[in-house]
Write a protein that binds this ligand. Structure first.
Ligand code: ADP
Length: 411
């Protein structure tokens, strides 16, 4: 130690010129010199530390580590930072611990080994590091929170967009339906007013004429006009019934009644009524071998379907043509075909033929409302049956209806 006393002026001069703390220990780890920065850092008076073991400046928890470190250090003496990668603490006189950084510089003087430690108090650096760390942690927390909030907002927005799109779709659909309905109503009104005109003017004429036949012997003429009136009223009634039928079908309110009935009875009825509408030279052929056949179905619907098909065949065929009604009776179903040699249905109109109020281009000169086929298709579907057709313009059409037959217990 004397060495440093002897050279203390030089040591003081040099060591006071640097801002780091300087501490010199001999090979026994006894402090032999300190500068005033070191004394101030550790809270000691000038020269108070001289002669003390270095342990006095280390927290107890560091003693063990330090011993090992010294042994290792003497084996491999060189200049370096101490405990790189590990946090070091110093112990002040008042027992307070503080973080520090130490650079070690071994040297020999007059045959003795020493180590000079350059010490920096990094309390402020650590404090700043801690603050930055805290700030970063807070920032991270905030970012996480904001990210979650953003994700929620995006999810909400997506939901909102979905709802709006679906609402928009609904409104568009409703508008489209409304538009279609209006178009249909207009179409229906123009068809009906057109269809009503002829029977109404017939009724008017006949009613006017009936009033003119006042004499008793003119009863026959009166009867003829009354018959016309009744016929025309029936026609108007059919159109209105058809229209109401569409509404009932649309609302699913149609009720079906299954009974066992004679097939020939219905066929005779339908053909009898159709025969009254035949044009000159037209003829209906139908099977004669169905006398004993009893089927279980809704008789009114079978009647309605066949009446419609036969009436169309008559209406859309010229004079002197044949209309053929064919029947194929299976175990579980019955197939009716109505074949005519009429005007046929233009190919471009065929896919619309079962639509409400649709009439093919070549049919408009004939009276009609475009309701009949739509109605019978609705009924047939409700009864698990079907209707289809094959048609060639100016050659003729074949309409085919398939209906399942209910068994005796069926309803
Ligand atoms: P309507 O006969 O009162 O017009 P329908 O619904 O019975 O109504 O028929 C729809 C359309 O189908 C008809 O307007 C006509 O264009 C076409 N059609 C139906 N049956 C025949 C047929 N046998 N031959 C040619 N066209 C037909």
């Amino acid at each position: 130690m004397r060495v440093f006393d002897q050279n203390s002026n030089i040591f003081n001069l040099l060591s006071e010129a640097v801002s780091e703390g300087i501490l010199v220990v001999n090979k026994d780890q006894i402090i032999v010199a300190t500068n005033s920065r070191t004394n101030e850092m550790f809270g000691y008076e000038t020269d108070e530390l001289k002669g003390s073991s270095l342990d006095i400046l280390l927290p107890p928890s560091h003693h063990e580590f330090h011993k090992k470190h010294v042994a290792q250090y003497h084996k491999n003496r060189n200049k370096r930072r101490m405990a790189h990668g590990r946090e070091l603490f110093g112990l002040r006189k008042n027992k307070e611990q503080f973080p520090l950084e130490i650079g070690l510089n071994p040297f020999s003087l007059y045959g003795n080994s020493y180590v000079m430690a350059l010490i920096i108090d990094i309390t402020d650096v650590k404090e700043r590091e801690r603050e930055i760390h805290e700030l970063n942690a807070n920032l991270e927390k905030k970012i996480k929170k904001r990210t979650v909030e953003l994700r929620d907002t995006v999810a909400e927005l997506k939901k909102e967009i979905k709802l709006r799109v679906s609402a928009e779709k609904k409104i568009k659909n409703a508008l489209q339906k409304e538009r279609e309905l209006n178009e249909l109503k207009t179409k229906f009104l123009s068809l009906v007013s057109h269809e009503f005109k002829t029977p109404l003017s017939g009724i008017m004429t006949s009613a006017t004429l009936v009033g003119k036949y006042k004499k008793e012997e003119q009863q026959e003429k009166r009867d003829k006009h009354l018959k016309t009136i009744i016929g025309e009223v029936k026609r108007l009634n059919t159109i209105l019934t058809d229209f109401l039928s569409i509404e009932r079908l649309r609302e699913g309110k149609e009720v079906y009644r299954f009974t066992d009935f004679s097939l020939s009875k219905v066929i005779n009825e339908v053909v009898y009524n159709s025969n009254m509408l035949l044009k000159i030279g037209q003829r209906i052929t139908y099977p004669q071998n169905i006398e004993d056949v009893i089927i279980r179905q809704d008789e009114k619907i079978v009647n309605l379907v066949l009446t419609n098909l036969l009436h169309n065949a008559i209406k859309y065929s010229p004079e002197d043509t044949l209309i053929d009604l064919k029947i194929e009776l299976g175990a579980n179903q019955i197939i009716f075909s109505v074949i005519d040699q009429g005007i046929g249905i233009p190919e471009k109109d065929q896919r619309h033929i079962f639509e409400r109020y649709f009439r093919a281009e070549n049919a408009v000169l004939n009276s009609g409302t475009g309701i009949g086929l739509h109605i019978i298709k609705g009924h047939l579907e409700n009864l698990n049956g079907s209707i289809s057709f094959v048609s060639h313009e100016n050659k003729g059409s074949t309409f085919t209806v398939t209906l399942p037959l209910a068994d005796a217990n069926g309803s």
